[in-house]
Ligand binder design. Sequence first.
Ligand code: SF4
Length: 443
Amino acid sequence: MPRKNLHIATFGCQMNDRDSEIMAQLLADDYQTTDDPGKADTVIVNTCSIRAKAEQKAFSLLGALRKYKKIKPEMVIVASGCVAQQDGRKIFSRMNHVDLVIGPQSIYRLPELLKQTKEKRKKTTSTEFIKSFTIPPFLPTIKNGLPHKRFVTIMQGCNNYCTYCIVPYVRGREISRAAEDIVAEVRHLVDHGIKEITLLGQNVNSYGNDQKGKLPNFAELLRQVAVIKGVERLRFTTSNPKDLSDELIDCFVDLDNLCSHFHLPVQSGSNQVLKRMNRKYSIESYLERVEKLRRARPDIALTTDMIVGFPGESDDDFAVTMNLLETVRFHASFSFIYSSRPPARSCEFTDTITDEIKSRRLACYQARQKEITMERHQEYVGRIMEVMVEGESRNRDGQWCGRTTTNHIVNFNSPERLAPGRMLEVKITEACFNSLRAVRVVD
Ligand code: SF4
């Protein structure tokens, strides 16, 4: 039978990218993927609901698919991801051309649920959180992704219930994947030429906590992966500072292939705001961790997430957030205006901040971060750095682009074509806002 066509549109984070990769692979016997939804027999919209805007984008695409369904009534439209988990059957009343709604835990049942939906010609949902759910073993096909680097999911869900975040409601409680499955997947990837591995989870630092004694903790898992022959670079994301252990910091002393970059979301510089966010750490403990990390790996590049305009955030609270930026001098920040996301608890907080103040604070924070990022980039000028080739640079012909262990993009000329994953040395010649420029250091 000729394979049918599958179109997957993915919104949101790397977890969703990974889930889309898994869904495409689970359907690969019957489907080939197409970039054109009009040519598809089945369309999956893998949604994100971290902010209102992401949710609107997902619904506008789902809405746009109605016209294809009119032309091709047998087309099957699937809503997956966090909006699907959050809204469930409600999606059918809003988008009656959608046939199947599945949550993140149900992606592994997609072939069977799709078959069921088609045979019964009945709208189907699968959004339950299964108490005894375990993440099944999974070995990705190599050809479908980047040739030199991959994300490897190590866990799903989060138990932290930060008051502004809906992840625990749409991704469920923390479920750690079996360590041997993670190691097997990494071995499989490096056996097929992958050089850089990024371990992925909503809060990787708490890996194994849900099965204490049966699974290694995150630092132990990191060591198990780091010793796999062929792992030239090892990264991980995302961490909650409250679970940043000394053991994990020691990994930055001992593991040479552990990259010198740490994304450590702080969210606010004010203890009062952190308390209301239920972040479970103080700025003092955060700074103590940062100092310890920098002692362990002096060239480490720190990036963070910052929310401005959280309910009750006073001018003083914002001032200490700006002080924190001055103290840590992050290499970069992902900074956002607070937006209330039901059913997250902060939606009930009534002391909200006006949009005008929120925008003013965000602009102030981003302007200073931009200056600091440039100052940080300037510190690399003149240095010899090792980069892993990513491919041809997007901005200029003949230019190539690589990534440093500190996670900086470097553009440089090369007399020869370069394969992604090749490691080579460059001398940094210029600092730009989003990247660095360099010349190749010819051996
Ligand atoms: S740790 Fe991260 S994913 Fe978990 S609730 Fe907090 S912000 Fe959300």
